[in-house]
Design a protein around this ligand. Structure first.
Ligand code: DQA
Length: 146
């Protein structure tokens, strides 16, 4: 099973940005964690990060016909991007939303998730573990359907 793991803007600054919210582990640590957990789940994960909305849309579109599922943390674009929502709907792949922090307990402007409307599961506020749970969800779903 081939997964695309997408991370949005400023997640490349993990370990530097707002450590009281996002912790001290770096983006390199996150990538290593995702690849390790994907391997343990018997999946192949490709990780893509961009600070640019259109690049995220392009990468989602490129997943059509090449990936079996998408794990996405759209970061700040979660709360603003109808384009990312539409791209997820366009490719119609099983998609799961992840947020490191518990956005439900943060500012009012973080309470809407456009991308989340195209996702069938949501792992929020679990730190790195949320990515593992998202991948495990897609692996289990695939198993059920085979
Ligand atoms: C985030 C939450 C977003 O509100 C924020 O803009 C981010 C990271 C998270 O993983 O907790 O950049 O997606």
């Amino acid at each position: 099973m081939k997964l695309l793991v997408i991370n949005g803007p400023n997640l490349n600054m993990l370990g530097i940005r707002e450590k009281q919210i996002y912790g001290t582990q770096t983006y390199e640590d996150l990538k290593a964690y995702i690849l390790e957990q994907a391997a343990l789940l018997g999946m192949e994960a490709e990780i893509f990060q961009s600070n640019h909305e259109g690049d995220l849309v392009d990468r989602i579109q490129a997943a059509y016909g090449t990936a079996d599922g998408i794990v996405i943390n759209p970061a700040a674009y979660t709360h603003t991007s109808v384009a990312i929502l539409d791209a997820l709907k366009a490719v119609s792949l099983p998609a799961v939303e992840v947020h490191l922090s518990d956005v439900t307990k943060r500012e009012p402007f973080r309470q809407i998730s456009y991308a989340g409307m195209a996702c069938e599961a949501h792992f929020i506020g679990l730190g790195f573990e949320g990515y593992r749970e998202a991948m495990a969800y897609l692996a289990a779903k695939r198993k059920d359907h085979n």
